[in-house]
Design a binder for this molecule. Structure first.
Ligand code: K1U
Ligand code: ZN
Length: 185
């Protein structure tokens, strides 16, 4: 199984829309297992294919503490939604940022499992929130899109500053290594 690279905001790949999986075959099952491992490795409870640069409508979720209750959703779609409520959300593509957004409380949804079987089910609580968050990813949408423009601006500035700092640290580390190498030679 492979650990895939998770794209980070503002990578334009996160804005691409995923297309339906035509046939649920072995390649689809391999991708699903790789995504699950990637999600576990990053301590997430969900992951959508667009986050790992694949534009196929595939989502993995596991809300269990023991990481042993994986749910695979192929071509997931929301059929009905009821009520609205606040949800506290995070995102593996927006590291170290959590905020409150409004979501439907209860949903009914349809998807295909790893054998291609069509299943209809209902969800509330964290599962409902997570399914909505992941389907948004498949449509190129992020939870921060629901925040006010001011909050988004602040977040973008914070992430740009973080990225600049990380780049600088990387460069300093490389320069140090080069100096040490020169001393040895
Ligand atoms: O899609 C993703 O980026 C994964 C995301 C899913 C999600 C979390 C919370 C609300 C909605 C959707 C995450 O898993 S972020 C990590 C996280 O929030 C978390 C991790 C472990 C336990 C509980 C939350
Ligand atoms: Zn996310």
């Amino acid at each position: 199984m492979a650990i895939l690279e998770v794209l980070h905001y503002p990578d334009p790949g996160l804005r691409k829309k995923a297309v339906s999986v035509e046939t649920v075959d072995e390649s689809c099952r391999i991708l699903a297992k790789d995504m699950l491992q990637t999600m576990y490795e990053n301590n997430g409870i969900g992951l959508a294919s667009t986050q790992v640069s694949v534009q196929k409508r595939l989502v993995v979720i596991d809300l269990s503490e023991d990481k042993n209750e994986a749910i695979y959703l192929i071509n997931p779609e929301i059929l009905t939604s009821e009520g609205t409520g606040e949800s506290q959300e995070g995102c593996l593509s927006v590291p170290e940022y959590y905020d409150t957004v409004m979501r439907a409380e209860r949903i009914t949804y349809r998807y295909q499992d790893l054998e291609g079987k069509v299943i209809e089910s209902e969800a509330d609580g964290l599962l409902s929130v997570c399914i909505q968050h992941e389907i948004d990813h498949l449509d190129g949408k992020l939870f921060i899109d629901y925040l006010s423009p001011m909050k988004r601006r602040r977040l973008r500035k914070k992430l740009e500053k973080q990225e600049k700092q990380e780049k600088q640290e990387k460069q300093e580390k490389q320069e140090k290594q080069e100096k040490n190498q020169a001393k040895i030679l």
